[in-house]
Design a protein around this ligand. Structure first.
Ligand SMILES: NC(=O)c1ccc[n+]([C@@H]2O[C@H](COP(=O)([O-])OP(=O)(O)OC[C@H]3O[C@@H](n4cnc5c(N)ncnc54)[C@H](OP(=O)(O)O)[C@@H]3O)[C@@H](O)[C@H]2O)c1
Length: 286
C-alpha cells in the first residue's frame, strides 16, 4: 500500500531484501496509489530478471471504486485485467474481495471467480473485511474455497479477540464489530491476514513510540529486553502468538524494519506475556 513512496532503485532493493529474508508474499490492491503501487512493482519485476516471479506469492484485491463498492462480475474481471497488466504477470496467486459490497450478487462473484480460475489468471481466492455471514453468502454460490480473510488486527486494534473475552458484559470491548470473525475463520480454516499490525486505530500512525500508548510502550521495551528483540518484533510476535496462525501484513518500506519484524518468527511469547501486552494496550479482562 505504501510502495509508491519508494524510488525505482529503492523498490528493487526492497524486493530483493524481502526475498532474502523469506518475505516473499506481496499484498497489493488495484487502488493502492491509484494503481501506482502495482505499476512500480511490475516495472521492478520486468527490469530485473534476477527477481523470480515463480518464487513470489502475489496477492491483489478488488472491489473498491471511487466512492462506491463493486463486486459485479464485470468489475472483478476488469480489475484483475488491470492488476495483471500493471504487475506484468500472467497470474495472481490470490485475489481478495477488498470490502463487502451492500449490493453484492454472489452469483456474479461466482461467475467471475470461475472465469478467472479456468483461464488460470487467479489461483486462489479470498476476502477482506468480511463478516462470517457475508462469507457464508458467498460460499453458497462460489465453488472455490475462500482461503483468506484480511482484517485489521494489532495490539491496540484488537476487537477481534476482545469481543470474545468480554462476551456478555456491558464493557466497550464487548462490542462485536465483526460477527465473530476470528472463531468463524478458525472453524472454516480461513487464514486471517492482519492488516495495519503496527498502527493505532483510525489511521493515527504507529503506536510504537507514541505518547498515547505509554504503558504499552513500557511493556514492549521490558519484553524486548527479556526476549533480546526489538519492540517492533515483540508487537509482531504478539500477533503471531495467536493460535489462529495469522499472517501479518507489514506495511513498512524499510528493509531494516522488515528484518526486525521477521525476527518475530523466532519469538514464542508466553501466555502471561501475551496477556500483559494486551492489558498494557488499554484493554480489560472482565
Ligand atoms: N484490507 C484492507 O482493508 C487493508 C487496509 C489497510 C492496509 N492493508 C494492507 O496492510 C498493509 C499493512 O498496513 P499498514 O501499512 O497500515 O501497516 P503497518 O505495518 O502497521 O504500518 C506501516 C507504517 O508504519 C510505519 N512505522 C513506524 N514505526 C514503525 C514500527 N516501529 N514498526 C512498524 N512500522 C512502523 C512504517 O514506516 P516505515 O516504512 O518507515 O517502516 C509504515 O509507514 C498495507 O500495506 C496493505 O497492504 C489492507
Amino acid at each position: 500500500m505504501r510502495l509508491a513512496s519508494l524510488g525505482e532503485g529503492e523498490l528493487d532493493r526492497f524486493i530483493h531484501g524481502a526475498m532474502e529474508i523469506g518475505a516473499s508474499f506481496f499484498d497489493h490492491a488495484d487502488i493502492y496509489g491509484d494503481g501506482a503501487c502495482e505499476e512500480l512493482f511490475g516495472r521492478a519485476l520486468k527490469g530485473d530478471p534476477s527477481l523470480d516471479r515463480g518464487k513470489m506469492i502475489i496477492q491483489s484485491k478488488c472491489g473498491i471504486r471511487k466512492g462506491f463498492y463493486d463486486q459485479s462480475k464485470e468489475h472483478i474481471l476488469s480489475s484483475v485485467e488491470g492488476s495483471l497488466r500493471r504487475l506484468g504477470t500472467d497470474y495472481l496467486d490470490l485475489l481478495l474481495i477488498h470490502r463487502p459490497d451492500a449490493l453484492v450478487e454472489p452469483e456474479e462473484v461466482a461467475a467471475a471467480f470461475d472465469e478467472l480460475e479456468s483461464s488460470g489468471k487467479v489461483l486462489r481466492f479470498g476476502v477482506s473485511n468480511h463478516k462470517p455471514m457475508q462469507i457464508e453468502l458467498l460460499r453458497r454460490f462460489v465453488k472455490q474455497e475462500l482461503v483468506v480473510n484480511q482484517l485489521q488486527f494489532s495490539l491496540p486494534a484488537s476487537s477481534l479477540v476482545a469481543s470474545g473475552m468480554e462476551a456478555n458484559m456491558e464493557t466497550e470491548g464487548a462490542l462485536d464489530r465483526d460477527g465473530g470473525a476470528l472463531d468463524y475463520c478458525r472453524l472454516r480454516g480461513i487464514t486471517i491476514q492482519a492488516w495495519s499490525p503496527f498502527q493505532r486505530p483510525g489511521w493515527k500512525g504507529p503506536f510504537i513510540g507514541s505518547a498515547a500508548y505509554e504503558a504499552l510502550n513500557e511493556e514492549l521495551s521490558r519484553l524486548a529486553r527479556e526476549y533480546g528483540a526489538s519492540e517492533t518484533a515483540i508487537a509482531a510476535a504478539w500477533i503471531l502468538r495467536h493460535p489462529a496462525k495469522m499472517q501479518l501484513v507489514a506495511g513498512t518500506t524499510s528493509i531494516d524494519r522488515l528484518r526486525e519484524i521477521a525476527g518475530a518468527r523466532d519469538i514464542a511469547l508466553s501466555r502471561e506475556h501475551w496477556y500483559r501486552l494486551y492489558l498494557a494496550a488499554g484493554h480489560t479482562l472482565p
